[in-house]
Design a protein around this ligand. Structure first.
Ligand code: 3HC
Length: 316
């Protein structure tokens, strides 16, 4: 009996590897190795958690947006992020995990979310820096993920990338306006740049040499570019955007390398990165407490929706 099962397992693996090799997309109904499924649940759920937690720093500024137009744009962006979270939770659920399990993993710290959302948004310029730098980094990462091997994830990325470009543009517009403004506004924008630049570089993950998941991610074509490749892509385009509006990149070691065609950057503070993703960043506690409170406050909505679904089911 054991040999028969073994033979079936081997056949599943051979078919799966053939599809990956051919560049076919893997769909929920396809048989897949457990490792592939687990890797995707880990990455997609953490991506979804990041989108939803990321609504908090920006949400704090809705009532303090400087104009009605700015408020409308911020509201639209935050609403988009909530939708991105839903697409991604939906994609994760196709792998056989429930929404409640995903949320429980977030609340117990078993699942991570992006380091970047554990920093406070102190001034209006932070909303510009978040849109321009954080969404700018997310776009570089997500454009690459449009070609990920798992179909539902790839299709979610195509949809999300369309909305991210608006997020990045509105952030850059805020920074450009402030840099064309008063001295105080310019100082506020540069201060935000100084606080958000390095955590944005950390968003791409550890250097390739210390990325434990990248090996499988490339073997299974989940990742199509490495952490460092995407980080370089982000730096190269963002440095030029900063120069156009007169912002200074807070990295004294930043220099153009004619040979590689990329900017070289200073050392990233990986001690800070690991401290933040271990739960000891400036806002981790606040972010989680808020998410748990709002999730519990919304319990009655979930129960009502479930009761309605069951009633409809009984009627049919
Ligand atoms: N924040 C928190 N944890 C991070 C991280 C970050 N920026 N970068 C890496 N990590 C974690 C990984 O999750 C992994 O821990 P785990 O094994 O417990 O999950 C560990 O550090 C080692 O990193 P690896 O490079 O080996 O892990 P990955 O191969 O998963 O690569 C990644 C990390 C590049 C972030 C990859 O997971 C990825 O591309 N994820 C999808 C994109 C994403 O999650 N973006 C988050 C921001 S979403 C956003 O900004 C929304 C925008 O609209 C505002």
């Amino acid at each position: 009996m054991e040999n028969k099962e073994q033979a079936i397992e081997e056949e599943i693996l051979i078919n799966f590897e053939k599809k990956i090799e051919n560049g076919d997309s893997i769909e929920p109904k396809d048989k897949m190795p457990d490792g592939y499924r687990k890797h995707l649940i880990r990455q997609i759920s953490q991506h979804a958690h990041s989108e939803v937690i990321g609504m908090q720093p920006e949400g704090n500024w809705i009532t303090r947006a400087p104009t009605l137009r700015a408020k409308q744009i911020l509201l639209a962006k935050i609403q988009d992020e909530g939708g991105h979270g839903l697409y991604l939770y939906g994609a994760a659920e196709t792998l056989g995990i429930s929404r409640s399990e995903l949320i429980e993993q977030l609340h117990t710290g078993k699942a991570k979310y992006s380091n970047i959302f554990n920093y406070p948004a102190l001034t209006w310029a932070d909303i510009g820096a978040i849109g321009w730098l954080v969404d700018g980094a997310a776009i570089v990462n997500q454009v690459s993920l449009q070609r990920t091997s798992y179909g539902p994830y790839s299709r979610a990325m195509v949809r999300i990338c369309k909305e991210e470009s608006f997020h990045q543009r509105q952030g850059y517009e805020i920074m450009a306006k402030m840099m064309a403004g008063t001295k105080e506004q310019q100082e506020m924008a540069q201060d935000a740049m100084n606080r958000w630049w390095w955590p944005s570089l950390m968003m791409f993950g550890p250097h390739d040499s210390s990325s434990p998941n990248s090996g499988n991610a490339f073997k299974w074509k989940i990742k199509r570019h490495s952490n460092d490749e995407l980080r370089h892509k982000f730096i190269d385009k963002t440095v030029q955007q900063a120069q156009v509006i007169g912002l200074t990149i807070p990295d004294k070691d930043l220099k153009w390398n004619e040979k590689t065609g990329h900017y070289e950057h200073g050392a990233i503070n990986w001690y800070e990165f690991h401290k933040v993703i271990a739960g000891n960043g400036p806002c981790n506690k606040q972010r989680m407490e808020h998410h748990i409170k709002v999730h519990n406050d919304g319990k009655w909505v979930r129960e009502a929706a479930e009761a309605h679904r069951l009633k409809k089911e009984r009627q049919n």
